[in-house]
Design a binder for this molecule. Structure first.
Ligand SMILES: CC(C)(COP(=O)(O)OP(=O)(O)OC[C@H]1O[C@@H](n2cnc3c(N)ncnc32)[C@H](O)[C@@H]1OP(=O)(O)O)[C@@H](O)C(=O)NCCC(=O)NCCS
Length: 293
Protein backbone atom coordinates (compact mmCIF):
# COMPACT_ATOMS: atom_id res chain seq x y z
CA UNK A 1 0.00 0.00 0.00
CA UNK A 2 2.80 2.33 1.04
CA UNK A 3 4.70 1.55 -2.17
CA UNK A 4 1.52 2.18 -4.17
CA UNK A 5 1.14 5.68 -2.73
CA UNK A 6 4.79 6.55 -3.11
CA UNK A 7 4.70 5.45 -6.78
CA UNK A 8 1.56 7.56 -7.25
CA UNK A 9 3.25 10.59 -5.67
CA UNK A 10 6.29 10.17 -7.90
CA UNK A 11 4.11 9.92 -11.02
CA UNK A 12 2.17 13.04 -9.99
CA UNK A 13 5.41 14.99 -9.59
CA UNK A 14 6.58 13.87 -13.02
CA UNK A 15 3.25 14.90 -14.51
CA UNK A 16 3.38 18.34 -12.93
CA UNK A 17 6.77 18.75 -14.55
CA UNK A 18 5.48 17.55 -17.93
CA UNK A 19 2.43 19.81 -17.69
CA UNK A 20 4.70 22.73 -17.00
CA UNK A 21 6.76 21.87 -20.05
CA UNK A 22 3.72 21.32 -22.29
CA UNK A 23 4.44 17.61 -22.56
CA UNK A 24 1.46 16.65 -20.44
CA UNK A 25 -0.20 13.43 -21.55
CA UNK A 26 -3.32 12.26 -19.74
CA UNK A 27 -2.67 8.61 -20.58
CA UNK A 28 0.23 8.73 -18.14
CA UNK A 29 -1.99 9.57 -15.21
CA UNK A 30 -2.75 6.74 -12.86
CA UNK A 31 -6.53 6.25 -13.19
CA UNK A 32 -7.44 7.04 -9.59
CA UNK A 33 -6.37 10.64 -10.09
CA UNK A 34 -8.78 11.67 -12.80
CA UNK A 35 -11.49 9.16 -12.05
CA UNK A 36 -11.79 10.51 -8.56
CA UNK A 37 -15.19 11.75 -7.58
CA UNK A 38 -16.29 15.09 -6.30
CA UNK A 39 -19.21 13.81 -4.30
CA UNK A 40 -20.13 10.42 -2.99
CA UNK A 41 -23.46 10.21 -4.72
CA UNK A 42 -23.00 7.80 -7.66
CA UNK A 43 -26.78 7.49 -8.22
CA UNK A 44 -27.66 8.32 -11.79
CA UNK A 45 -30.40 10.84 -12.21
CA UNK A 46 -31.43 10.58 -15.85
CA UNK A 47 -34.16 13.10 -15.35
CA UNK A 48 -34.27 15.80 -17.95
CA UNK A 49 -35.30 15.67 -21.58
CA UNK A 50 -33.69 17.68 -24.35
CA UNK A 51 -35.24 18.14 -27.76
CA UNK A 52 -34.08 18.76 -31.27
CA UNK A 53 -36.43 19.50 -34.17
CA UNK A 54 -36.70 15.83 -35.16
CA UNK A 55 -35.93 13.80 -32.05
CA UNK A 56 -35.85 14.02 -28.28
CA UNK A 57 -33.13 12.69 -26.00
CA UNK A 58 -34.75 11.11 -22.97
CA UNK A 59 -34.00 8.55 -20.28
CA UNK A 60 -35.87 5.25 -20.47
CA UNK A 61 -37.57 3.85 -17.43
CA UNK A 62 -36.79 0.26 -16.50
CA UNK A 63 -40.28 -1.18 -16.98
CA UNK A 64 -40.79 -4.20 -19.21
CA UNK A 65 -42.23 -2.44 -22.31
CA UNK A 66 -39.44 0.17 -22.34
CA UNK A 67 -36.72 -2.43 -21.89
CA UNK A 68 -38.25 -4.54 -24.66
CA UNK A 69 -38.40 -1.56 -27.02
CA UNK A 70 -34.77 -0.69 -26.26
CA UNK A 71 -33.48 -4.26 -26.55
CA UNK A 72 -35.34 -4.83 -29.85
CA UNK A 73 -33.80 -1.62 -31.17
CA UNK A 74 -30.33 -2.65 -30.03
CA UNK A 75 -30.63 -6.12 -31.57
CA UNK A 76 -31.78 -4.66 -34.88
CA UNK A 77 -29.36 -1.72 -35.10
CA UNK A 78 -26.27 -3.24 -33.48
CA UNK A 79 -26.17 -7.01 -34.01
CA UNK A 80 -28.12 -6.97 -37.27
CA UNK A 81 -27.25 -3.46 -38.47
CA UNK A 82 -23.50 -3.21 -37.87
CA UNK A 83 -21.40 -5.38 -40.21
CA UNK A 84 -18.18 -5.39 -38.17
CA UNK A 85 -19.84 -7.22 -35.25
CA UNK A 86 -21.22 -9.98 -37.46
CA UNK A 87 -19.91 -13.40 -38.39
CA UNK A 88 -21.20 -15.20 -41.51
CA UNK A 89 -23.65 -13.55 -43.87
CA UNK A 90 -26.98 -14.04 -45.55
CA UNK A 91 -30.56 -13.80 -44.32
CA UNK A 92 -31.33 -14.38 -40.67
CA UNK A 93 -33.85 -17.14 -40.02
CA UNK A 94 -36.95 -16.47 -37.91
CA UNK A 95 -35.65 -18.80 -35.20
CA UNK A 96 -32.30 -16.98 -35.00
CA UNK A 97 -34.07 -13.62 -34.95
CA UNK A 98 -36.42 -14.66 -32.17
CA UNK A 99 -33.56 -16.06 -30.08
CA UNK A 100 -31.55 -12.86 -30.58
CA UNK A 101 -34.44 -10.66 -29.39
CA UNK A 102 -34.95 -12.90 -26.37
CA UNK A 103 -31.28 -12.91 -25.36
CA UNK A 104 -30.95 -9.16 -25.81
CA UNK A 105 -34.05 -8.59 -23.71
CA UNK A 106 -32.66 -10.76 -20.89
CA UNK A 107 -29.34 -8.89 -21.04
CA UNK A 108 -30.98 -5.44 -20.90
CA UNK A 109 -33.47 -6.50 -18.21
CA UNK A 110 -30.61 -7.70 -16.01
CA UNK A 111 -28.62 -4.51 -16.52
CA UNK A 112 -31.28 -1.83 -16.77
CA UNK A 113 -34.56 -3.36 -15.64
CA UNK A 114 -36.52 -2.44 -12.57
CA UNK A 115 -34.53 -3.38 -9.54
CA UNK A 116 -34.82 -6.85 -8.06
CA UNK A 117 -33.50 -6.19 -4.56
CA UNK A 118 -31.14 -3.40 -3.80
CA UNK A 119 -28.33 -2.84 -6.27
CA UNK A 120 -25.23 -1.01 -5.18
CA UNK A 121 -24.18 0.05 -8.66
CA UNK A 122 -26.59 2.04 -10.75
CA UNK A 123 -27.28 1.82 -14.51
CA UNK A 124 -29.66 3.38 -17.00
CA UNK A 125 -30.51 3.82 -20.67
CA UNK A 126 -30.90 7.00 -22.69
CA UNK A 127 -32.68 7.06 -26.04
CA UNK A 128 -33.04 9.40 -28.98
CA UNK A 129 -36.71 9.19 -29.94
CA UNK A 130 -38.15 10.33 -33.26
CA UNK A 131 -40.82 12.84 -32.25
CA UNK A 132 -43.06 11.99 -35.21
CA UNK A 133 -43.01 8.17 -35.14
CA UNK A 134 -42.14 7.82 -31.41
CA UNK A 135 -39.59 5.17 -32.43
CA UNK A 136 -36.11 4.89 -30.95
CA UNK A 137 -33.43 6.08 -33.38
CA UNK A 138 -30.42 5.96 -31.05
CA UNK A 139 -29.50 4.44 -27.71
CA UNK A 140 -26.77 4.69 -25.08
CA UNK A 141 -26.23 3.03 -21.72
CA UNK A 142 -24.61 4.48 -18.62
CA UNK A 143 -23.31 2.10 -16.00
CA UNK A 144 -21.44 2.38 -12.73
CA UNK A 145 -18.87 -0.42 -12.72
CA UNK A 146 -15.47 -1.37 -11.35
CA UNK A 147 -12.30 -0.62 -13.28
CA UNK A 148 -9.54 -3.15 -12.70
CA UNK A 149 -6.37 -1.12 -13.33
CA UNK A 150 -4.18 -4.20 -12.95
CA UNK A 151 -6.03 -6.25 -15.59
CA UNK A 152 -6.66 -3.08 -17.61
CA UNK A 153 -10.32 -3.82 -18.03
CA UNK A 154 -13.75 -2.68 -16.94
CA UNK A 155 -15.63 -5.39 -15.06
CA UNK A 156 -19.12 -6.17 -16.32
CA UNK A 157 -21.92 -4.66 -14.21
CA UNK A 158 -22.80 -8.14 -12.92
CA UNK A 159 -19.21 -8.91 -11.87
CA UNK A 160 -18.79 -5.43 -10.39
CA UNK A 161 -21.91 -5.86 -8.28
CA UNK A 162 -20.88 -9.38 -7.20
CA UNK A 163 -17.40 -8.15 -6.21
CA UNK A 164 -18.86 -5.36 -4.07
CA UNK A 165 -21.40 -7.64 -2.44
CA UNK A 166 -18.79 -10.34 -1.78
CA UNK A 167 -16.60 -7.77 0.01
CA UNK A 168 -19.54 -6.84 2.24
CA UNK A 169 -20.46 -10.51 2.69
CA UNK A 170 -17.01 -11.22 4.13
CA UNK A 171 -17.68 -8.85 7.02
CA UNK A 172 -19.22 -9.83 10.30
CA UNK A 173 -22.81 -8.60 10.95
CA UNK A 174 -21.66 -5.67 13.10
CA UNK A 175 -19.08 -4.43 10.62
CA UNK A 176 -21.51 -4.93 7.74
CA UNK A 177 -24.07 -2.71 9.47
CA UNK A 178 -21.56 0.15 9.34
CA UNK A 179 -21.76 0.00 5.55
CA UNK A 180 -25.55 0.00 5.41
CA UNK A 181 -25.74 3.47 3.88
CA UNK A 182 -22.22 3.60 2.50
CA UNK A 183 -21.66 4.75 -1.07
CA UNK A 184 -20.01 2.39 -3.58
CA UNK A 185 -16.95 4.68 -3.42
CA UNK A 186 -16.57 4.17 0.31
CA UNK A 187 -17.06 0.42 0.00
CA UNK A 188 -14.51 0.21 -2.81
CA UNK A 189 -12.00 2.45 -1.02
CA UNK A 190 -12.22 0.61 2.25
CA UNK A 191 -12.93 -2.98 1.30
CA UNK A 192 -11.61 -3.68 -2.19
CA UNK A 193 -8.08 -4.09 -3.54
CA UNK A 194 -6.55 -0.73 -4.56
CA UNK A 195 -6.54 -1.78 -8.23
CA UNK A 196 -10.36 -1.72 -8.23
CA UNK A 197 -12.13 1.63 -8.57
CA UNK A 198 -15.73 2.69 -9.04
CA UNK A 199 -16.11 4.34 -12.46
CA UNK A 200 -18.87 5.59 -14.72
CA UNK A 201 -19.06 3.98 -18.16
CA UNK A 202 -20.72 4.95 -21.44
CA UNK A 203 -21.78 1.75 -23.22
CA UNK A 204 -24.14 0.22 -25.77
CA UNK A 205 -24.03 3.29 -28.00
CA UNK A 206 -25.81 2.65 -31.27
CA UNK A 207 -27.72 4.71 -33.82
CA UNK A 208 -30.19 3.26 -36.30
CA UNK A 209 -28.39 2.57 -39.63
CA UNK A 210 -30.93 4.84 -41.35
CA UNK A 211 -30.33 7.74 -38.94
CA UNK A 212 -26.52 7.76 -38.78
CA UNK A 213 -24.53 10.87 -39.68
CA UNK A 214 -27.05 13.35 -38.23
CA UNK A 215 -25.34 14.09 -34.94
CA UNK A 216 -27.50 11.74 -32.83
CA UNK A 217 -24.52 9.91 -31.27
CA UNK A 218 -22.95 13.24 -30.33
CA UNK A 219 -26.15 14.29 -28.54
CA UNK A 220 -26.48 10.96 -26.70
CA UNK A 221 -22.82 11.08 -25.61
CA UNK A 222 -23.21 14.63 -24.32
CA UNK A 223 -26.32 13.69 -22.39
CA UNK A 224 -24.49 10.75 -20.76
CA UNK A 225 -21.55 13.00 -19.96
CA UNK A 226 -23.82 15.42 -18.12
CA UNK A 227 -25.52 12.59 -16.24
CA UNK A 228 -22.12 11.28 -15.11
CA UNK A 229 -21.13 14.74 -13.92
CA UNK A 230 -24.43 15.18 -12.07
CA UNK A 231 -23.89 11.82 -10.37
CA UNK A 232 -20.63 13.15 -8.94
CA UNK A 233 -18.08 11.59 -11.27
CA UNK A 234 -15.12 13.52 -12.61
CA UNK A 235 -14.53 11.19 -15.54
CA UNK A 236 -16.44 8.99 -17.97
CA UNK A 237 -14.95 5.82 -19.47
CA UNK A 238 -15.80 3.66 -22.46
CA UNK A 239 -14.45 0.72 -24.44
CA UNK A 240 -14.04 0.91 -28.20
CA UNK A 241 -12.54 -1.43 -30.75
CA UNK A 242 -9.52 0.16 -32.37
CA UNK A 243 -10.73 -0.79 -35.86
CA UNK A 244 -14.16 0.82 -35.37
CA UNK A 245 -13.25 3.91 -37.39
CA UNK A 246 -16.56 5.76 -37.00
CA UNK A 247 -16.69 5.34 -33.23
CA UNK A 248 -12.98 6.14 -32.75
CA UNK A 249 -13.37 9.34 -34.78
CA UNK A 250 -16.43 10.29 -32.76
CA UNK A 251 -14.78 9.73 -29.37
CA UNK A 252 -11.18 10.77 -30.04
CA UNK A 253 -11.60 13.60 -32.54
CA UNK A 254 -15.06 15.05 -31.90
CA UNK A 255 -15.53 14.42 -28.18
CA UNK A 256 -11.90 14.64 -27.04
CA UNK A 257 -11.71 11.33 -25.22
CA UNK A 258 -8.20 10.20 -24.47
CA UNK A 259 -6.65 6.78 -24.37
CA UNK A 260 -6.33 5.46 -20.85
CA UNK A 261 -4.87 2.13 -21.94
CA UNK A 262 -5.19 -0.76 -24.35
CA UNK A 263 -7.66 -3.16 -22.79
CA UNK A 264 -6.11 -6.27 -21.21
CA UNK A 265 -8.77 -8.39 -22.91
CA UNK A 266 -8.03 -8.34 -26.64
CA UNK A 267 -11.30 -9.93 -27.74
CA UNK A 268 -14.77 -8.67 -28.56
CA UNK A 269 -18.20 -10.24 -29.00
CA UNK A 270 -19.47 -11.15 -32.45
CA UNK A 271 -22.90 -12.36 -33.54
CA UNK A 272 -23.16 -15.31 -35.89
CA UNK A 273 -25.99 -14.52 -38.29
CA UNK A 274 -26.29 -18.13 -39.39
CA UNK A 275 -26.66 -20.02 -36.13
CA UNK A 276 -27.52 -17.16 -33.77
CA UNK A 277 -24.60 -17.75 -31.41
CA UNK A 278 -22.39 -15.12 -29.80
CA UNK A 279 -18.68 -15.74 -30.00
CA UNK A 280 -15.47 -13.92 -29.15
CA UNK A 281 -13.05 -12.73 -31.82
CA UNK A 282 -9.60 -11.21 -31.58
CA UNK A 283 -10.00 -7.41 -31.45
CA UNK A 284 -7.73 -4.78 -30.00
CA UNK A 285 -9.86 -2.67 -27.70
CA UNK A 286 -9.08 0.69 -26.15
CA UNK A 287 -10.31 2.07 -22.88
CA UNK A 288 -10.89 5.79 -23.28
CA UNK A 289 -11.57 8.43 -20.68
CA UNK A 290 -12.90 11.96 -20.68
CA UNK A 291 -13.15 14.54 -17.96
CA UNK A 292 -16.78 15.52 -17.38
CA UNK A 293 -16.26 18.50 -15.13
C1 LIG B 1 -20.62 5.13 -34.19
C2 LIG B 1 -22.08 5.62 -34.31
C3 LIG B 1 -22.73 5.47 -32.94
C4 LIG B 1 -22.08 7.09 -34.73
O1 LIG B 1 -23.42 7.55 -34.73
P1 LIG B 1 -23.92 8.82 -35.58
O2 LIG B 1 -25.17 9.33 -35.00
O3 LIG B 1 -23.92 8.46 -37.00
O4 LIG B 1 -22.71 9.84 -35.29
P2 LIG B 1 -22.81 11.42 -35.43
O5 LIG B 1 -23.67 11.77 -36.59
O6 LIG B 1 -23.15 12.00 -34.10
O7 LIG B 1 -21.32 11.76 -35.82
C5 LIG B 1 -20.44 12.44 -34.97
C6 LIG B 1 -19.03 12.28 -35.47
O8 LIG B 1 -18.63 10.91 -35.44
C7 LIG B 1 -17.75 10.62 -36.53
N1 LIG B 1 -18.41 9.65 -37.42
C8 LIG B 1 -19.68 9.21 -37.34
N2 LIG B 1 -19.90 8.31 -38.32
C9 LIG B 1 -18.75 8.18 -39.00
C10 LIG B 1 -18.33 7.38 -40.09
N3 LIG B 1 -19.16 6.51 -40.69
N4 LIG B 1 -17.04 7.48 -40.51
C11 LIG B 1 -16.18 8.31 -39.92
N5 LIG B 1 -16.52 9.10 -38.85
C12 LIG B 1 -17.78 9.03 -38.42
C13 LIG B 1 -17.57 11.92 -37.26
O9 LIG B 1 -16.45 12.56 -36.71
C14 LIG B 1 -18.81 12.69 -36.91
O10 LIG B 1 -18.67 14.07 -36.96
P3 LIG B 1 -18.70 14.85 -38.39
O11 LIG B 1 -19.91 14.36 -39.11
O12 LIG B 1 -18.77 16.29 -38.01
O13 LIG B 1 -17.42 14.47 -39.06
C15 LIG B 1 -22.87 4.81 -35.39
O14 LIG B 1 -22.11 4.75 -36.57
C16 LIG B 1 -23.23 3.41 -34.97
O15 LIG B 1 -24.30 3.17 -34.41
N6 LIG B 1 -22.32 2.44 -35.24
C17 LIG B 1 -22.56 1.05 -34.87
C18 LIG B 1 -22.47 0.81 -33.38
C19 LIG B 1 -21.13 1.23 -32.81
O16 LIG B 1 -20.08 1.01 -33.42
N7 LIG B 1 -21.18 1.82 -31.62
C20 LIG B 1 -20.01 2.26 -30.91
C21 LIG B 1 -19.57 1.18 -30.00
S1 LIG B 1 -18.17 1.70 -29.05
Amino acid sequence: MKTFYSITTTIVSIQCFLAATNLFCIAWLPPEIFLSTRSHRSRLDLGSVSTDESYAIAPLVGDEPSIRKASDFFAKSYWLGTPHVQVASGPVSDAVHKELLYRQFVDFSTKYGERMGNRLLDAGLVAAIDIVTNEIVGLAGIEVCLLDAERRDILTPELSEETMKAALGNLGPKERRQYKNASPFQIADELLQPNLQVVCVLCNLVVSPTARGKGIAMKLCNYVKESARDAGFDGLLLKVEKNNAAACKLYLEKLNYQELFVCGDSSAVRFNLKDGTFERAEAETLILVKSVV
